[in-house]
Design a protein around this ligand. Structure first.
Ligand SMILES: [Zn+2]
Length: 186
């Protein structure tokens, strides 16, 4: 009987705990660490996107620290980006957050990115963790080609065979790779 009472009372408590951990806001305490002693970590913009829409922005302090509060109730995935202060059109993918069991997440990020390679030296995408769709970004004159997609003619700067993404600018930012699966630069 005592066991039954215990089971009956513990189920709602377990559900309540599970529910609160999923819906409580989470706090991200981030730190950008400069790899090259540049000024690229101080007072820079950090973006959060969900389904490719910006849901939050913040700025780092002079030492590269930033804080963000996110509400998992509205989405189950958040992507964190860094805005290159020298070339603000471009955003550098930092990390995807999909696990919200911990309410305070502490992370540090190298700027420029330190690339992770597989055993044979191919660069891994920081989002899908795969190498097959990672294209090298080539700066310079924007090169485009005609492509047929679903019987429509379009112009693209992505060259599948060579695994090259031609940036339409000669100003080289921090970004060296593009993942065609996730459509992110890093
Ligand atoms: Zn990817």
């Amino acid at each position: 009987m005592r066991l039954l009472i215990y089971i009956l009372t513990s189920i709602p408590i377990t559900l309540l705990v599970a529910f609160t951990t999923l819906t409580n806001p989470i706090s991200i305490q981030g730190h950008l660490v400069s790899n090259d002693n540049s000024e690229r970590i101080s007072k820079v913009k950090i973006l959060v996107k969900t389904d490719n829409k910006i849901v939050k922005t913040t700025m780092t302090n002079s030492y590269g620290y930033f804080r963000l509060k996110l509400n998992p109730e509205k989405s189950n995935s958040f992507d964190l980006y860094y805005v290159d202060p020298d070339f603000t059109r471009d955003t550098l993918f930092l990390k995807s957050y999909t696990n919200f069991e911990i309410s305070i997440l502490t992370d540090s990020f190298s700027i420029p990115t330190q690339y992770i390679k597989d055993e044979v030296g191919n660069i891994k995408c920081p989002k899908c963790q795969r190498t097959d769709n990672v294209f090298h970004i080539v700066y310079g004159e924007g090169i485009i080609k005609r492509a047929i997609v679903n019987s429509d003619t379009m112009w693209t700067n992505i060259f599948e065979e060579e695994k090259i993404y031609y940036a339409s600018t000669c100003i080289k930012g921090l970004l060296n790779y593009y993942c065609t699966r996730d459509k992110i630069k890093f």
